[in-house]
Write a protein that binds this ligand. Structure first.
Ligand SMILES: [Zn+2]
Length: 463
């Protein structure tokens, strides 16, 4: 659906083509296009001359002599098409044709038939309800508009829906709403009433920047929308987030997610755009043999609801579909219940890191869905997640305990549980954590339970 920049492009294309043309007659092939009186539309415009085409939000206004104004909206796929030779004016999806006295014609083609036209006049067009209710244009917000915008955004609906609500800001559609949320580091699911004034300021600033850049580039050509026959906007090449599901976020390395909000596909980076409604869990992570399970048990005894990602993954692997897919990736008959085979699977992954990666790329998104469910259903669940950062699920945690352990103590622990030290460390060589993430608390593993648990409890008290 064309948004403000695309409609601006349409205006800039058709205005010089039809300005000064006088209407000879009008053919209407789809009556419901005209939302004012149909006969008046056909009769009153004859012999009137077009003086100017203007725009507000996503609406176009065709101004004519005798003070007539046609309000028009392209909606999903409406397009204007100008022909010097009127014999070319009608094609398959043409809904209306203005024939001009000089033999040229302006057609309105609309495959989806959602477009509209409405005849009114200079004195009244701004008061027609569909125009009157529009908010300030998103690229023209002034500082004096802010107090009323803070109020209008202070609602329980997700910010994405509020950005699409033309009565708050007008001109933004699905594409630019996603871009604006991404640039503002705001999750599109965030209810408007959880945003502070700084968040709204960011949104307004980024709306201006995005729309102005898009206007300069002639808008975006997405799917079947072209502003005019043979004319393509260029801004789609600069879209940072829209349409990039499963591609990597350039800011943080997480894959873009796509979900639906109010029926509209919405792309976002879950880590750059943290959803405050999901940032609820307490995470435990650390290298192999650092005492993650011991710590998880401690929290269980303290009364927390606890989950272990290893256990969740173990249960997933019991499901036939996942067993089959892992078997295919590793080229073995995988069976999580069979110790010999799981050992062999581990060996394969140590030997061939691309296979390890393929397994992780397969199972992490499935695990992530399970974790989202857990976080939605529980307050402050404690989740042990050995690969928390590799799986890019930081956004589910309000605090992440990273166990800080010396090499010596780690090897001691591995020996205690009869693990092969060398192969365990090799399997886990890629453990890391982002040192600058503010929700991380380091918990020193001392080799002694009481002080280890005390360190963890202290870390949690700080949230
Ligand atoms: Zn990101």
């Amino acid at each position: 659906m064309p948004e403000l920049p695309e409609v601006e492009t349409v205006k800039n294309i058709i205005n010089p083509l039809i300005k000064g043309k006088t209407i000879d007659y009008i053919d209407i092939f789809y009556d419901r296009l005209i939302q004012s009186n149909l006969n008046e539309f056909k009769e009153k415009l004859i012999n009137q001359t077009i003086t100017e085409v203007t725009r507000y939000g996503k609406f176009l206004f065709i101004h004519l002599t005798s003070s007539y104004v046609i309000i028009t909206h392209l909606r999903m796929e409406g397009k204007f098409r100008f022909n010097i030779d009127k014999s070319l004016a009608r094609i398959k999806h043409t809904s209306l044709i203005f024939y001009f006295k000089d033999g040229s014609a302006l057609s309105f083609d609309d495959t989806r038939k959602f477009g509209l036209m409405y005849l009114t006049d200079e004195n009244n067009y701004k008061n027609v309800p569909m125009i009157k209710k529009l908010g300030v244009e998103a690229n023209k917000v002034n500082i004096s508009d802010m107090p009323s915008l803070y109020k209008k955004f202070n609602r329980k609906k997700p910010i994405k829906e509020l950005l699409l609500d033309q009565t708050i800001l007008c001109g933004i559609g699905n594409i630019y709403a996603d871009e604006i949320c991404y640039l503002s580091n705001i999750n599109p699911f965030t209810p408007g009433n959880l945003l502070n004034t700084k968040n709204i300021d960011d949104i307004v600033k980024n709306a201006k920047i995005t729309l102005e850049k898009a206007i300069q580039a002639g808008g975006s050509t997405i799917h079947s929308f072209h502003p005019s026959e043979g004319v393509d906007g260029k801004f789609q090449e600069e879209l940072l987030c829209y349409g990039r599901v499963n591609q990597i976020c350039p800011k943080c390395g997480t894959k873009f997610h796509k979900e639906f909000i109010g029926g509209r596909g919405t792309t976002f980076c879950p880590n750059c755009q943290v959803n405050p409604l999901l940032e609820k869990a307490i995470g435990i992570t650390g290298p192999i043999g650092s005492g993650k399970s011991t710590l998880l048990n401690h929290f269980k005894e303290e009364g927390y609801i606890v989950y272990s990602c290893d256990e969740l993954i173990h249960n997933l692997y019991k499901e036939e579909i996942h067993r089959r897919n892992i078997s295919r990736i590793l080229s073995i008959n995988f069976d999580i219940e069979n110790k010999e085979i799981t050992k062999k699977a581990r060996q394969i992954m140590i030997f061939d890191t691309s296979k390890k990666e393929a397994v992780e790329n397969y199972i992490y998104p499935i695990l992530e869905k399970e974790l989202i469910k857990i976080v939605k259903e529980n307050d402050s669940p404690v989740i042990e997640a050995p690969t928390l950062f590799k799986a890019h699920i930081e956004y589910l945690f309000k605090v992440i305990l990273v166990i800080d352990i010396s090499q010596l103590q780690q090897e001691k622990n591995l020996l205690n549980r009869k693990d092969d030290v060398a192969s365990s460390k090799k399997f886990n060589h890629d453990f890391y954590y982002p040192k600058d993430l503010t929700k991380i608390r380091l918990v020193k593993a001392t080799g002694e339970f009481e002080s280890f648990f005390k360190n963890a409890d202290e870390a949690i008290k700080s949230i």
